[in-house]
Ligand binder design. Structure first.
Ligand SMILES: C[S@@+](CC[C@H](N)C(=O)[O-])C[C@H]1O[C@@H](n2cnc3c(N)ncnc32)[C@H](O)[C@@H]1O
Length: 287
C-alpha cells in the first residue's frame, strides 16, 4: 500500500477501498467514500480515477479520517459535506433542518404545471433549506415568493442559500406558520410540513436519525401541522388560488378530506416515483 510512512498518508486508490468499512451503514458505500474524498480534496469525482496514485497531505488525510468516522457512525453524507443537490441547485444543508428529498421534486413539478400567471405571489411554509422556494425561483423569476420557517437556524440557512443564487424574488422570514404574515393573501401556497407520527419506525433508521424531530414529527398521528396548514391556507389564498402539500404515503385520503372540510375544491393526490401517494393539490374556488 503506497503510504507516506511519516504521516500515514494513503493514495486515493487505497482510500477508496475503505468503503468496506461502510458496508453496515450505507447502501452506497463506494459512492459515499468517493463523495467524502472529493470533498476533502476539493476536486470532482473524476479526479479520483484520473489520479489514483495521488497521496493525500497529512492535513487531508486527517480530515478524511475524521469524516469517514462520522459516516461509519451513521451521519448522513449530506451533513458531512454540508451540501445536497435539489432541482439541480447545490444547497447548503445543516442539522437545523431536514436534507431535501428527491420526492419533494414532485411538488415542484406539480407547482410548475398549474395554470398560473407569470407574475404571482407564492408562500412556502416550513422552508427548511429553502429548497422548494429556491427551486421555484430558479424556474419563475417573476414569481414573488415568501418562505417561512419556525426555526431561526433554518431561516438563516435558507437565506444563505438564497444569497448564493442571488434570487431577489425570494424573501425568507421567521414565522410560526402564518403568525408573522398578517393578512397577506397568495396565489399559491406550497408546503412540506412535518408529517411523521412520533412512533414511526423510520425515525430510528438511517439518515433520519440525525435530522431534527421538529422538522419531521407532528401530533395527531402526524396530521396536526397538515391540519393547521390546510385550514389557515384557505384564509390566506386569493379566490382561484392553489394549495400544494407534500405528505406521508398513507395520508392522501385524510389530506384530501381536510382540504374539502376547509372549503377547497378540485382535490387530487399524485404519486411519487415509488408509486406512493406523496403530494395533494386543491384550489379555492372563485366567488
Ligand atoms: C419536513 S421539513 C421541510 C423542509 C423543506 N421545505 C423541504 O422540503 O426540504 C419541515 C419544515 O417545517 C418547519 N416547521 C415546523 N413547524 C413549523 C411551524 N410551526 N411554522 C413554520 N415552520 C415550521 C421545520 O423547521 C422544517 O424546516
Amino acid at each position: 500500500m503506497p503510504t507516506d510512512a511519516s504521516m500515514n498518508c494513503m493514495a486515493i486508490s487505497n482510500l477508496l477501498k475503505l468503503s468496506v468499512e461502510l458496508a453496515d451503514v450505507s447502501d452506497s458505500p463506494r459512492l459515499d467514500v468517493e463523495i467524502i474524498l472529493s470533498y476533502v480534496l476539493g476536486k470532482d469525482r473524476a479526479h479520483l480515477y484520473t489520479w489514483p496514485n495521488q497521496i493525500l497531505s497529512s492535513l487531508e488525510q486527517t480530515r478524511f479520517n475524521e469524516l469517514l468516522r462520522c459516516r461509519v457512525n451513521g451521519e448522513p453524507v449530506a451533513y458531512i459535506i454540508k451540501r445536497r443537490e435539489f432541482w439541480s441547485l447545490p444547497l447548503k444543508v445543516s442539522p437545523v433542518t431536514i436534507i431535501p428529498r428527491p420526492e419533494t421534486e414532485l411538488l415542484i413539478e406539480k407547482a410548475l404545471s398549474l395554470p398560473l400567471d407569470q407574475q404571482i405571489s407564492v408562500l412556502d411554509l416550513g422552508t427548511g433549506t429553502g429548497a422548494i422556494a429556491l427551486a421555484l425561483a430558479s424556474e419563475k423569476p417573476f414569481w414573488e415568493i415568501i418562505a417561512v420557517d419556525l426555526e431561526f437556524g433554518a431561516v438563516a440557512l435558507a437565506e444563505e442559500n438564497r444569497q448564493q443564487f442571488g434570487f431577489d424574488n425570494v424573501k425568507i422570514c421567521q414565522s410560526n406558520w402564518f403568525s408573522n404574515l398578517k393578512e397577506i393573501q397568495f396565489d399559491l401556497i406550497v408546503s412540506n410540513p412535518p408529517y411523521l407520527c412520533l412512533k414511526d419506525k423510520h425515525l430510528q433508521e438511517g439518515d433520519v436519525r440525525f435530522e431534527p424531530l421538529s422538522a419531521l414529527v407532528a401530533n395527531d398521528s402526524g396530521l396536526a401541522d397538515i391540519h393547521t396548514v390546510v385550514f389557515d391556507s384557505y384564509l390566506h389564498l386569493k379566490p382561484g388560488g392553489w394549495l400544494l402539500l407534500e405528505h406521508g404515503h398513507s395520508q392522501g385520503k385524510e389530506v384530501r378530506q381536510k382540504m374539502i372540510q376547509a372549503g377547497f375544491s378540485g382535490t387530487e393526490t399524485f404519486i411519487d416515483l415509488s408509486g406512493l401517494d406523496r403530494v395533494s393539490v386543491c384550489f379555492k374556488a372563485e366567488l
